[in-house]
Ligand binder design. Structure first.
Ligand SMILES: *Cc1c(COP(=O)(O)O)cnc(C)c1O
Length: 396
């Protein structure tokens, strides 16, 4: 946990990434912060101990290593404070636990990350919260879903797997009129390509497992709040004892330093491949917000500074009963793309998207939805691999 100290925001995003969160001269000039492995922190005397009269008191409440990362995220998000948790999923669930109570009503976007829906439908419901899903394209008409007990609106834009864009300022305006907290899962864009708090969102959530860590080897999440909602978040963090570790915080901060250049390459590679897929007859549609053909493109262009490397496409398959066999033939035909969950690391990944749990949105009719995480390989090699997959799907 770290409170924001006054930080300059005039620097460019890549310069900011290089410097954010830690001053080398706070630790003998070493460029990276020490990885402080700790539980106990000693106090010099009983009086200091009684008053908790020093900066660090126990490692669940922060260490110099976790503070360096929290300070860096605060700068990038423009937040009053940030907490670290052990995964991106935990970042969303902890935010819900921080702001919701029995009897409250929560509005969650229907294109939400699937494991968050599972939490909403099981534990959150069991704890007496009424969970309702809304159409990502609802905009200001979300007002019609508000009840006297609506306390939280959760956004994810673009949405998981199908990438629907949300009119964030319109939803925020309604939510704030009704005194509801607005939380947003911003894992796709990272604060480099979209800063939720600048658009009125109260709490910005990041799966640091993805682009900040960047190497498919770390699990972590961050939750960053504005001044109004920071205290409650910090309290939930302390009450639950859910915190990040020194080694993971060290690695995520290390990843952040290069996130700008990595994202630029993810963006360029993904867009080149999305545009190429769009020209193919065996592809029905490409779901990528930076393509002018995509329904949410205007919102993306209005609000976002860039696009990351994950998108989906709809394979063109005539008969529904062939969807699965064609999708699996495509995936089995790939050799450079790995088949695996998550994204944001250096290698390319592919999977078939499961949309069965959607309540409002319908799965495309034209064929199976395949999600691609475009990594840092050479585009020509990735295209050749996708050609092999598409040929295998045709042959199936
Ligand atoms: C992956 C993901 C998460 C969860 O991150 P983990 O660290 O894997 O738990 C949360 N939200 C979104 C949008 C994601 O894509």
């Amino acid at each position: 946990m770290a409170d924001n100290e006054d930080t300059p925001t005039a620097l460019g995003p890549n310069t900011q990434l290089i410097r954010a969160g830690y001053n080398p001269f706070d630790f003998h000039g070493f460029i990276n912060p020490p990885a402080v492995h700790a539980s106990t922190v000693l106090f010099p005397d009983a009086e200091t101990m009684e008053k908790h009269g020093q900066k660090y008191t126990y490692a669940t409440r922060g260490t110099p290593t976790t503070d360096a990362l929290c300070n860096a995220i605060n700068e990038l998000e423009g937040a009053a404070g940030t907490i670290l948790v052990p995964s991106g999923l935990a970042a969303v669930t902890l935010a819900f636990l921080a702001y919701l109570s029995p009897g409250d009503h929560a509005l969650i976007v229907d294109s939400v990350y699937g494991n968050v829906r599972h939490f909403g439908d099981t534990m959150l419901t069991r704890f007496g919260v009424e969970v309702e899903y809304y159409d990502p394209s609802i905009g200001g008409a979300i007002e019609g879903l508000f009840r006297p007990n609506t306390k939280l609106v959760h956004l994810e834009s673009p949405g998981s797997n199908t990438f629907e864009m949300q009119d964030i300022p319109a939803i925020v305006a309604v939510a704030h009129r009704h005194e509801a907290v607005v939380t947003m899962d911003n894992t796709w864009a990272t604060p480099l390509y979209f800063r939720p708090l600048d658009f009125g969102v109260d709490v910005s959530i990041q799966g640091s497992t993805k682009y900040p860590a960047g190497h498919a080897d770390i699990l972590m999440g961050t939750i960053s709040a504005n001044a109004k909602y920071w205290k409650r978040l910090k309290h939930a963090n302390g009450a639950l004892g859910i915190c990040g570790t020194a080694d993971d915080a060290y690695q995520v901060l290390r990843g952040l330093r290069t996130m700008g250049v990595r994202l630029e390459r993810h963006q360029a590679n993904a867009l080149a491949i999305a545009e190429w897929l769009e020209t193919r007859h065996d592809v029905a549609r490409v779901l990528h917000p930076a393509l002018p053909s995509f329904p949410g493109h205007d919102i993306w262009k209005r609000d976002f500074k860039g696009a990351s490397g994950v998108f989906s496409f709809v394979l063109s398959v005539e008969r529904r009963e062939d969807f699965k066999v064609k999708a699996q033939a495509f995936l089995n035909g790939l050799s450079l793309f790995g088949l695996g969950y998550s994204w944001g690391g250096f290698p390319s990944l592919a999977l078939q998207v499961d949309l069965d749990d959607r309540r409002i949105l319908k799965a495309p009719e034209e064929g199976p939805v395949l999600r691609l995480q475009i990594g840092l390989e050479d585009v020509a090699d990735l295209k050749a691999d996708l050609e092999r997959g598409l040929a295998a799907a045709r042959a199936a």
